[in-house]
Design a protein around this ligand. Structure first.
Ligand SMILES: Cc1ncc(COP(=O)(O)O)c(C=O)c1O
Length: 404
């Protein structure tokens, strides 16, 4: 509790950094202490007390309730908790006997690729796309059909005409990321309805990765694809791992849209659904039943980070384009106006000269972009900008230190 309070109240970037450098996750261990990590999508914010209590109960109160997770059963408390969350937040009544446990979201996506296509098939992915999608498709010998997103009316949007073209040309499935990593785009209900009409007409099944769906900023709304999918076959992937910052606990869910997709998943090797962590199940149940208030507070904090980041980029790095995300804590930076100076290796450049670890756009299929993660303590936002400027060979004004 002391550490939580100290972290959130701290104003000095050096103190915050030295506290965070005690962490043992990949994000904090891959590089030396001189590097500010802003790449892997996990938050630096402390985990909600409600989740820590649920985990602590498993560890302490019961004397160590650490066996295999209760995960091959329908209608367990965490499945009911997720169903309640989906109903309350998104008005989606997903039957609990159709909610399957998986160890993580990518296993659900992989199960969807396996269920909806075969080696050699073409799969539609919006660009930029989450690197894990490309990896899963490569491993399964699927061809990627990339559909570049477009910037219209100050938002990143799916190119719906491109979706139609790809469906007409015979893709076997569509990996839809909603809300979208890395742009933070929140697809509107109208856009999703148009996509559903197209995928229904061409009978293209959709894997809907909705892992970022709880991370939507106030005033906007996430619409799950499955309830508006018409006749489209769907498999939706969700978990509490991003929004409540428990990715290391290994608990996610796959929600097949109908009995046929459910049957296809149940026919896959059981090991594909193995590896769920019992502490993850406990924390996930707590997240969906008791974690709403913490999430709303966290979204306010992240929203302020987003505003600060946006202001600092506009004033200090005007050559960089940034459309603030409507969801997620990810910043997709258009660095194309400066990228030429660095021979394309943008992330390598800011790591070398700025001691900032960011993710290169190339990993998402778009050159000239960088992705930053702003789910960190407020004093580190200015630090991030200072290091980004160093990396790109410019300097910042005193406003950056004042912003902390
Ligand atoms: C869109 C998307 N899908 C999947 C994942 C990976 O989730 P998991 O670790 O549960 O496989 C991420 C992680 O950043 C993500 O952004």
């Amino acid at each position: 509790v002391t550490d939580r309070g100290r972290l959130l109240g701290a104003r000095d970037p050096v103190a915050v950094l030295s506290a965070l450098q005690q962490r043992t996750s990949e994000k904090w261990r891959r590089h030396g202490h001189h590097v500010l990590p802003s790449y892997i999508a996990e938050m630096d914010l402390p985990v909600a007390q409600e989740l820590l209590t649920a985990i602590g109960d498993r560890l302490v109160v019961t004397g160590g309730d650490l066996g295999y997770a209760y995960s091959f059963t329908a209608d367990s408390p965490a499945q009911r908790a997720l169903a309640g969350w989906l109903r309350d937040r998104f008005d989606w009544s997903a039957p609990t006997d159709r909610i399957l446990y998986y160890a993580d979201v990518m296993r659900v996506v992989e199960a969807g690729i396996d269920a909806f296509s075969k080696p050699g098939d073409a799969i539609l992915v919006d660009l930029p796309g989450y690197p894990g999608f490309f990896e899963a498709l490569r491993e399964r010998d699927r061809e990627v059909v990339g559909n570049p997103m477009v910037q219209r009316n100050g938002r990143w949007q799916i190119d719906i005409a491109g979706v139609e073209r790809a469906c007409r040309d015979g893709v076997s499935a569509y990996l839809l990321c909603s809300p979208h990593n890395p742009t933070g785009a929140l697809h509107t209900r109208a856009e999703l309805a148009m996509i559903a009409e197209i995928t229904s007409a061409y009978r293209v099944p959709v894997v809907c990765d909705e892992v970022h769906s709880p991370l939507v900023y106030p005033g906007r709304r996430h619409y799950p694809f499955a309830p508006i999918a018409h006749r489209t076959k769907t498999l939706t992937a969700v978990s509490a791992s991003k929004a409540w910052n428990i990715a290391g606990l290994k608990c996610a869910f796959g929600i097949p849209g109908d009995a046929e997709v459910l049957e296809a998943l149940l026919a896959q090797p059981t090991r594909q659904r193995d590896g769920v962590g019992i502490l993850g199940v406990a924390a996930t149940e707590a997240a969906y039943t008791k974690g709403g208030r913490w999430l709303d507070d966290t979204l306010r904090y992240l929203g302020d980070n987003r505003r600060l980041l946006s202001r600092l980029i506009a004033t200090e790095l005007p050559e960089i384009g940034f459309t603030p995300p409507a969801a997620t804590y990810l910043a997709w930076l258009d660095c194309r106006r400066v990228a030429d100076r660095f021979g394309g290796d943008l992330a390598g450049q800011v790591l070398r000269d700025g001691d900032l670890a960011a993710t290169d756009g190339i990993e998402f299929g778009r050159e000239g972009f960088l992705r930053l993660n702003f789910a960190t303590m407020r004093p580190l936002i200015g630090e991030m900008i200072r290091r980004l400027a160093d990396g790109l060979g410019t300097t910042v004004s005193d406003r950056v230190s004042a912003a902390a």
